[in-house]
Design a protein around this ligand. Structure first.
Ligand SMILES: *Cc1c(COP(=O)(O)O)cnc(C)c1O
Length: 377
């Protein structure tokens, strides 16, 4: 099956239901009755197992062409859960330009528990090499990054840790499995904020971890069950429903994004455009090699803070709101919204200034979106 068919038919668990239902029923139950006293049933308590959740996981695993997917109440719940696998003294190398919430987890909890970290520019492969130590246990990359759209060569990173006991984790939220499959490029674990493109309608929070590694799967599944952060039955259903149109939405949003990125480039109040689908973008060639598309996330810098404020407050179709990846185009201000937790110096060093705006291009008519931006400028 090709990926657009997998979006629609990659989940077959509904066939276990005898009614002939086309969609997966929502098993909205906390507990299941026991059938025997001295033997465990497959379903006992929904924190540990739920058929609707398993259906969503089957679908996400098949999109990544992977053996296992585990779902969580949010992307950050997924990240928190796997970070629990590390012990005091372990060392992790991370992309410096990570999603702000992940940086908060690392700085507030992971390091407090004695895990050592290095935030670096992972698009520089030699930089990664120079940071690897005997206690390095993982490399965590986001590509492209949020919001600066830096691209890391996944295969090249996998290559340098091939014979080492180090796992490679890739946040694949921005490109989704529709455009990029990190496991096939050598990653061990893939992270998704399902809240974004997988759900696709700005109406659900969800997170996923995807892997082919049995040990990792079992370990993280145990952590999830114990900590109590699995995806609810209703939200699992919404994710399955959202993914049915993933291919259409990604294609349309990407098409819109390229036109908007080019329009922004020709606007005299715009000083920089960061879109990996532009040939001049630093990550363009690596993206061509490792991904099937460029997605629909654009960041751009304008001439002043005043211009930034004006745009954020005067778009009429594009909504000034956090999050991304839904049908609706959303515009955000990373320095005040998504990356507020990151301290000002390291933010500005990475280009997240008060002139930077992030745009999640939706699936509206592109002429309406451009007209909206035009009047806002
Ligand atoms: C949103 C996001 C997250 C966190 O996901 P939540 O579902 O909001 O918890 C992680 N990584 C990236 C790239 C994101 O965009």
């Amino acid at each position: 099956m090709k990926i657009d068919t997998i979006c629609v038919h990659g989940m077959q668990k509904q066939k276990e239901d005898k009614t002939g239902t086309i969609n997966m029923p929502i098993y909205q139950t906390a507990a299941y009755s026991h059938s025997e006293v001295d033997k465990e049933d497959p379903y006992g308590y929904t924190r540990l197992a739920n058929p609707t959740r398993e259906a969503a996981e089957e679908l996400v695993a098949s999109l990544e062409n992977a053996k296992y997917a585990l779902s969580f109440t949010s992307g950050l719940a997924a990240v928190s859960s796997f970070l629990d696998i590390f012990n005091k003294g372990d060392h992790i190398i991370l992309t410096e330009d990570l999603y702000g919430g992940v940086i908060s987890i690392i700085n507030n909890f992971t390091t407090k528990n004695g895990v050592l970290v290095d935030f670096i520019d992972t698009s520089d492969i030699n930089g990664i090499k120079s940071k690897i130590k005997t206690n390095t246990k993982a490399i965590y990359i986001e590509t492209p990054t949020n919001p600066m759209m830096n691209v890391t060569d996944i295969k090249a990173v996998a290559e340098i840790i091939k014979d080492l006991n180090i796992i490679l984790i890739v946040d694949n939220t921005f490109l989704t499995p529709y455009f990029q499959n990190p496991l096939e490029l050598g990653a061990d674990l893939v992270v998704h904020s399902g809240t974004k493109y997988l759900s696709g309608h700005n109406d659900t929070l969800a997170g996923f971890l995807v892997t082919n590694n049995n040990e990792l799967y079992e370990e993280i599944k145990t952590i999830r069950g114990t900590r109590g952060a699995p995806l609810s039955p209703m939200d699992s259903f919404l994710i399955i429903r959202g993914i049915k149109t993933l291919a259409l939405r990604m294609e349309k949003a990407q098409q819109n994004a390229l036109l908007i990125a080019n329009w922004l480039k020709n606007n005299n109040k715009v000083t920089k455009v960061y879109y990996i689908g532009l040939k001049e973008h630093m990550g363009y060639n690596i993206s061509k090699k490792q991904s099937r598309g460029f997605g629909a996330m654009i960041s751009f810098e304008v001439d002043s803070k005043e211009t930034a404020y004006k745009i954020l407050l005067s778009t009429k179709i594009i909504i000034f709101a956090e999050s991304l990846g839904g049908a609706e185009s959303l515009i955000t201000y990373p320095c005040e919204n998504t990356h507020k937790e990151v301290d000002k110096d390291s933010r500005e060093k990475r280009g997240i200034t008060d002139k930077l705006i992030r745009l999640s291009v939706g699936i509206e008519n592109v002429n309406d979106l451009i007209k909206d931006l035009e009047q806002a400028f």
